[in-house]
Design a protein. Structure first.
Ligand SMILES: [Zn+2]
Ligand SMILES: [Zn+2]
Length: 326
């Protein structure tokens, strides 16, 4: 479905994003964090997507590494990626691990996964025995799969934090991680995999090209809203574009990791022109740019111009804490 024909709904969305963006300026008169302010917006929305980390792999300013929370009816239900620093935004937003039904990890670059142990550790202080789905790519030549990654963190035998082995073994009222590995090494031929998380929440994992890193984009359907998390991907992600052509999701989140121009790692990321082409092809109700780095964020006007040459829908810039209510 799309909100493109619903002018008042679109205006409401824009108001939400603008409010969150305004709130993300340094707080001069309020001690309330941008993530807490964004959480208020997401809590009031039927479906909300909150940016917990809008940064990339380099420690630059106050952006946390990539992470997004999907809210439904006032509670967080799904976490997409857990970059370093997202733990802090998670707490500022007042989120509870026990509210999560699933965690989906796009790939095992540290800027998307290094915060997972902290989130799990926090969850170990909460009472819940419901299994916690963990969706991620299967192993590639130089990267672990989701199962191997979890094992390296919390396995009783050799895990870095083996005291959290309850996440594998259960017992002591611990939630067991139900790990689902999605083949993604060969993005051109790997199939998409749909997982029903709850009655009103599903995720389709879509293999994408991100250099040689097994990587997944996610199409999340929460109630009847469609949200596409494009994840780290290059413009060589043909299957992704074919699958989502004219899909018209309510929201497309793209990663603004590189600026336009020569010398950029286009085997890893889409430059703004290719983000614009992707958005024109998929036709979302709104495009949200995240995963900013100084090299790209310092050239936002140029990036927006390159995107607008192809995509004429609304494009917003994510900050840590930003909520898009849908
Ligand atoms: Zn990244
Ligand atoms: Zn990456």
């Amino acid at each position: 479905m799309t909100l493109k024909d619903n002018v008042s709904a679109r205006a409401a969305i824009l108001a939400c994003v603008v409010a969150a963006a305004c709130n993300s300026a340094p707080a001069a008169t309020s001690d309330v964090s941008p993530a807490a302010q964004g959480a208020d917006i997401c809590r009031a929305a039927e479906v909300g997507v909150q940016v917990l980390g809008s940064g990339g792999p380099i420690a630059e300013g106050s952006r946390a590494g990539t992470s997004y929370a999907v809210w439904i009816d006032g509670r967080v239900r799904l976490l997409i990626d857990a970059g370093p620093g997202s733990f802090i935004r998670f707490g500022e937003a007042g989120l509870k691990v026990s509210d999560l039904k699933a965690i989906a990890l796009s790939h095992f670059h540290a800027d998307h996964s290094a915060g997972l142990a902290g989130i799990l550790n926090s969850g170990s202080f909460e009472a819940s025995v419901e299994p916690l789905l963990l969706i991620g790519p299967a192993a590639g030549t130089a990267f672990p799969g989701a199962g191997g990654f979890v094992s390296a963190l919390v396995n009783r035998d050799g895990g870095a934090w083996s005291y959290l082995a309850g996440y594998i073994e259960g017992g002591d009222g611990r939630r067991v991680l139900d790990v689902r590995e999605i083949p993604a090494q060969d993005a051109a031929s790997a199939p998409t995999v749909r997982t029903e998380i709850a009655q009103d929440l599903s995720v389709v994992a879509i293999p994408v090209r991100h250099g040689e890193v097994p990587s997944l984009a996610f199409l999340v359907t929460a109630k009847d809203r469609d949200i596409v998390f494009a994840s780290d991907q290059s413009a060589f992600s043909d299957g992704f574009e074919r699958l989502l052509r004219d899909h018209k999701p309510d929201l497309l989140i793209a990663h603004h990791a590189i600026p336009e121009g020569e010398g950029q790692p286009i085997g890893l990321h889409r430059p703004p022109t290719e983000i614009g082409r992707m958005a024109a092809n998929i036709a979302p109700g709104m495009l949200l740019l995240s995963h900013h780095m100084d090299r790209s964020f310092s050239r936002v006007p140029e990036s927006l111009a390159a995107i607008e040459a192809h995509f004429d829908g609304p494009t917003m810039i994510a900050a840590d804490g930003t909520c898009v209510g849908l």
